[in-house]
Design a binder for this molecule. Structure first.
Ligand SMILES: N[C@@H](CCC(=O)N[C@@H](CS)C(=O)NCC(=O)O)C(=O)O
Length: 244
């Protein structure tokens, strides 16, 4: 298995990124939470400087930048520091240029963050037969719930309006397709009842230029993601992601 060092990845990422200093995005190339923030900046057409960091390396500087949280993403604009990806999505939300937020979607965001995403990680990390069966069934219920609630009157979750919900879930939907297929032989098309609807939503976003830009310019992005998450597929990796 080829293991590309962080330095190589870092160089590639730095070359392709914008250099406007006003907004700084501290990101880790593999991180789905950071990808949310990155997508939001692109979709809402904000200039920013991308800074690749290793959030697991708790240097003094990183802990100072991240206000003691030590997690990616972090976004800084002037005096404002944001350390949570959903807060970042809301902060840059701009219905005129990109995303759309309304308080009515809070319940959906909470479902995505507290049910759907932790259940994805539980399934990815499951190793014994009993856990695999249980986590797979639970995850499939949640994924079907998301799919069933995609509005039929447009290509996005809310229908015609591109929204924060689309950005909140798409980095995970991408990893679900890639990683669960690779590590758990889980094929979304076979598990989601309303798959045509789900696929239409999924492809509308992953084929968009802004999504492609967040794939870091690495030719072997998918392969690198698969390598990065190997330890998760064996039950390791970050622990709190499985908790609601
Ligand atoms: N609630 C945070 C979670 C972010 C998160 O867990 N990021 C991971 C990388 S994907 C991280 O920085 N982990 C470092 C650590 O847990 O020490 C958000 O939504 O922004």
């Amino acid at each position: 298995m080829i293991k590309v060092s962080c330095v190589n990845i870092f160089e590639k990422v730095i070359i392709m990124k914008k250099t406007e200093e006003k907004i700084k995005l501290y990101s880790a190339w593999y991180c789905p939470f950071a990808q949310r923030a990155w997508l939001s900046l692109l979709v809402n057409k904000r200039d920013f400087k991308y800074i690749e960091i290793d959030p697991y390396n708790k240097t003094e500087e990183w802990m100072r930048i991240s206000k003691g949280f030590g997690t990616a993403p972090v976004v800084i604009e002037d005096e404002t520091t944001l350390v949570d990806s959903l807060d970042i999505l809301k902060y840059f939300d701009n219905p005129k240029t990109g995303t759309n937020y309304s308080p009515e979607i809070e319940e959906t965001l909470s479902f995505i963050n507290k049910d759907l995403i932790p259940s994805f990680y539980r399934f990815l990390k499951a190793t014994n037969d009993e856990d695999l069966k249980k986590t797979r069934a639970e995850f499939t219920i949640f994924l079907n719930k998301f799919s069933n609630e995609i509005n039929e009157k447009g290509q996005y979750y809310l229908g015609q309006n591109f929204s924060i919900v689309d950005l909140a879930f798409i980095p995970f939907a991408y990893r679900i397709d890639l990683l669960l297929r690779h590590y758990k032989e889980y094929i979304v098309a076979k598990e989601v009842k309303n798959f045509a609807r789900y696929q239409q939503w999924y492809e509308a976003i992953i084929k968009a230029e802004f999504f492609k830009e967040t794939k870091t310019g690495m030719d072997n992005y998918d392969e690198e993601l698969i390598n990065f998450y190997k330890v998760y597929s064996e039950g390791g990796g970050q622990e709190d992601v499985t908790k609601s």
